[in-house]
Design a protein around this ligand. Structure first.
Ligand code: EPZ
Length: 430
């Protein structure tokens, strides 16, 4: 299994191009199931999760093409891909494909809307929490679907004539359930209102894609989405937004090591809460014409307390990286994880660097230290893995991060991007 070896202590200096957002690319690809015309996506990141979803979509009969770089397009620019679901040949999403990635469960919305039936494996638990699907099922039932659970599969059937618009009020904010009901409602008969919808920028990216495909949606970017069902959707060309979690991750890496990094293509408004927190730690952030500049000039890192929340709050997907930063602050920071009940798997690994962290229920208390020491570490999820890379970049001596396939699921060209900015980092095969 590949590992990442790094030697800490170098400041990061240079430019890092921000890739397309994984968590926007995945639902955008799934939206292609809603139409028999081609959906063209640009700025698609080269990631293991994208590849995995390609397999799932191909199983449903989607033709997928990756186009070469266009003249004038720089290296590092994301892929331009076409997803063409002319015919859905299979409405089953099997266990061996769905169990590898939770987002693949979201195909249930478009399949049910377009084919009036779907049989999708339950995604199961995962390292960061139980992650149930009750909100998806309640929402689809509100649109008239009949749902059975059979041998680990959700078997869903729309009423004769298809799904019917309804009001769906989520008792809890869910990104995946919002994507799914939004997509399903585009082809339902009548009006659907989604209350307490997720407002993440990735939802807006998908909603705008659906509008470009002919859907009628109002309230985009707010807590209430209103969808007027239409008979059919058509093809469109849509760009994947830049990855706000990658942006925040590199900003925290630069804050940790010191230096001066320009994150090109970053959209600061997509992670304002995290940037406000970073500013509180003493980092200088400047919006420039082509991106966000992050600088720390030898000043220490100030401790800040943080609580994760749905957008526009501080994202749970940056909690582990921020904790890494706080291990070297000049005081005590409290971090409260409110989205997932088990998202502290990185704590035991950060402690291997010499960090002082204790966890009590939802709250982690991090007592900053002047210096971490390199260590052998491994992580069980994507964002936890990258928090270990960040810690290693600042730690004294050598760090080896094992099980890095998690990183390849969500960070495009991580070692290349960091080493171009002066980090001593390499992938070791085997
Ligand atoms: C999305 O997951 C992201 N994944 C996650 O990113 C992210 O951490 C999460 O949203 C929160 O921002 C993608 O976009 C592909 P949720 P999702 O449904 O949709 C509970 C990463 O590292 N819930 O918003 O699965 C759930 O258990 C990943 O890129 C129910 O109770 O998250 C959690 O506590 C990890 N019932 C909360 O809601 C349900 O039916 C929020 O989860 C659904 C969810």
């Amino acid at each position: 299994m590949d590992r990442i070896r790094l030697v800490g202590g170098n400041e990061l200096r240079g430019e890092i191009p921000i890739s397309g957002a994984k968590n926007a690319a995945l639902p955008l690809m799934i939206a292609a199931l809603l139409t028999d015309e081609p959906l063209v996506l640009t700025n698609v990141p080269r990631l293991a999760d994208v590849k995995q979803l390609e397999r799932i979509l191909e199983n449903h009969g989607v033709d997928i093409a990756v186009h070469g770089r266009r003249r004038g397009e720089e290296e590092g620019v994301g892929q331009r891909m076409t997803f063409h679901a002319a015919d859905i040949v299979d409405t089953t999403a099997p266990y061996d494909l769905v169990s590898k990635m939770r987002a693949s469960f979201w195909v249930i919305g478009p399949l049910l809307a377009r084919c009036h039936e779907a049989r999708v494996s339950l995604p199961g638990g995962c390292a960061i929490g139980t992650r149930p699907v009750d909100l998806f099922l309640d929402g689809l039932q509100a649109l008239g679907a009949e749902i059975d659970i059979d041998e680990g599969y959700v078997v869903a059937r729309a009423p004769k004539g298809g799904l019917v618009g309804a009001t769906v009020r989520f008792p809890k904010v869910s990104v995946g359930a919002t994507h799914t009901i939004l997509m399903a409602a585009t082809l339902a008969r009548g009006t659907t209102v989604i209350e307490n919808a997720a407002q993440e920028p990735e939802i807006t990216n998908v909603a705008e894609c659906l509008v470009a495909m002919g859907a009628k949606i109002s309230g985009i970017g707010t807590r209430t989405l209103t969808i007027e069902g239409v008979e059919r959707l058509h093809g469109a060309t849509v760009a994947v937004i830049p990855d706000r979690i990658e942006t925040g991750t590199f900003a925290m890496a630069a804050a940790m090591t010191g230096g001066d990094v320009l994150l090109t293509g970053a959209r600061p408004e997509h992670l304002q809460a995290a940037l406000d927190v970073l500013a509180g730690t003493g980092v200088e952030l400047t919006q420039e014409a082509n991106g966000l500049r992050v600088r720390r000039n030898g000043n220490g890192i100030l401790p800040v307390d943080v609580e994760t929340d749905p957008f526009p709050g501080f994202p749970t997907d940056l909690q582990a990286q921020f904790m890494a930063l706080m291990t070297m602050s000049s005081g005590i920071s409290h971090i409260r994880e409110t989205i997932f009940e088990n998202r502290y798997m990185h704590v035991a690994e950060l402690v291997r660097f010499g960090a002082d962290i204790s966890v009590n229920g939802q709250v982690a208390t991090v007592r900053g230290k002047p210096q971490l020491k390199g260590a052998q570490v491994m992580a069980t999820d994507l964002r936890a893995s990258v928090s270990l890379v960040i810690a290693g970049l600042a730690a004294k001596g050598e760090t080896v991060v094992n099980r890095i396939y998690h990183l390849d699921r969500g960070f495009e060209g991580l070692e290349t991007k960091l080493s171009r900015c002066g980090a001593e980092i390499e992938r070791v095969a085997g």
